[in-house]
Design a protein around this ligand. Structure first.
Ligand SMILES: [Zn+2]
Ligand SMILES: [Zn+2]
Length: 272
C-alpha cells in the first residue's frame, strides 16, 4: 500500500491546489493514500470524512506540520485525533511531545538540516519517532549526518513528497507491507518499521534530472561570481536549487534510500 506522508493544500496552508485536486493527482499516480499535513493546521474530521466519501479509492489521513518558534524547524504529526497545532515554543516541546504521543500520534523530524548544518531541535528534550529521508526539501548534502543521528536516536526513516502542487504528489512515499484503513494503523505500522521508502520511477528520474541540471548550472554561475538573477536568466531553472547550492547543500535525492526499510533502523519506542 503506497502512501505519501507529506502533502500541503490551498485550504490548509501554502499549497497551490485544493485537497480535492491533490487527492485526484494521488489516484492518477497510483497512490493508495496520502496524509494532508498543512502548516500548523490539521484537517478536521468532518472534512476528512467528506473527502473520503468523494474519493473512496484513496485513503485520506489527517496530519499537520508543526512549526517550532524561533528556529522554523518543522515537525510532522500524523494522527492523534488532534485539532490545529499552533507554533510551538522550544520550552514547551518536551511536554507537548509527551501529550501528542499519549494521543497516539506519530511525530517526524521533517527535512532535517533545512536551515543549515546545525539541527535546531534539541533531541534531548524531544526526539521525534521518525525522520524524513526522502522529500523534495531534504538537504541530501548532509545525508551521512542525518542518517547517523536517526540511527543513534532510534528514529525510523520515512518518505513523503512535501508536495505543494499536484505534479509533485507521490514523488516520494512509503510502501506499507500490509493494507490499512485508519490512522491508528498507519501510525503503528510506521512505528513497527513495516514499510519501505519508495518513489515512482518516472518521477524519480525526472526529479533526478532536474536537480542535477539545476545544481550544475547554479554551481557554474556561483563559481563565476554570478547571482540568482544570472541563474534565472540562463535557463528554465527553479530558484530553490540555486539557494541550496549557494549554502553548500543539495536536493539531489539519494539512491541508497530507495527501498530502505523502516525496520532496518531500530526504534526509540521501548514498547515496540
Ligand atoms: Zn516543512
Ligand atoms: Zn511540508
Amino acid at each position: 500500500m503506497k502512501i505519501d506522508l507529506h502533502i500541503h493544500t490551498r485550504e490548509g496552508s501554502d499549497g497551490r491546489a485544493t485537497a480535492e485536486q491533490m487527492i485526484e493527482a494521488a489516484i492518477e499516480r497510483g497512490l493508495h493514500g496520502l496524509v494532508i499535513t498543512d502548516h500548523d493546521c490539521m484537517l478536521s474530521v468532518a472534512d476528512q470524512q467528506r473527502l473520503q466519501q468523494r474519493h473512496p479509492r484513496c485513503k485520506v489521513f489527517r496530519g499537520c506540520e508543526a512549526t517550532l518558534v524561533g528556529t522554523g524547524e518543522h515537525i510532522g504529526v500524523i494522527g492523534g485525533s488532534l485539532r490545529d497545532i499552533p507554533p510551538l515554543r522550544p520550552e514547551e516541546l518536551s511536554a507537548w511531545g509527551s501529550l501528542i504521543r499519549a494521543a497516539g500520534a506519530l511525530t517526524i523530524l521533517n527535512h532535517p538540516f533545512d536551515n543549515g548544518p546545525e539541527l535546531s531541535l534539541d533531541l534531548d528534550s524531544f526526539c521525534p519517532d521518525a525522520m524524513e529521508f526522502l522529500s523534495m526539501n531534504v538537504n541530501t548534502a548532509l545525508a551521512a549526518e542525518f542518517t547517523a543521528i536517526a540511527r543513534s536516536r532510534g528514529m525510523r526513516p520515512v518518505a513523503g513528497s512535501d508536495a505543494h502542487k499536484t505534479e509533485h504528489v507521490g514523488m516520494f512515499y512509503v510502501e506499507l507491507d500490509r493494507d490499512i484503513t485508519c490512522e491508528d494503523a498507519l501510525v503503528s505500522e510506521i512505528l513497527a518499521g513495516r514499510y519501505a521508502l519508495a518513489s515512482f520511477p518516472g518521477m524519480w528520474n525526472d526529479r533526478m534530472a532536474e536537480a542535477v541540471k539545476c545544481e550544475a548550472a547554479a554551481r557554474e554561475i556561483l563559481r563565476a561570481g554570478g547571482t540568482i538573477d544570472d541563474y534565472l536568466k540562463s535557463g528554465n531553472f527553479h530558484p530553490a536549487f540555486f539557494h541550496r547550492v549557494a549554502e553548500n547543500g543539495s536536493y539531489i535525492p539519494r539512491e541508497e534510500f530507495l527501498g530502505l526499510r523502516g525496520d532496518d533502523f531500530t526504534s526509540n519506542k521501548k514498547d515496540q
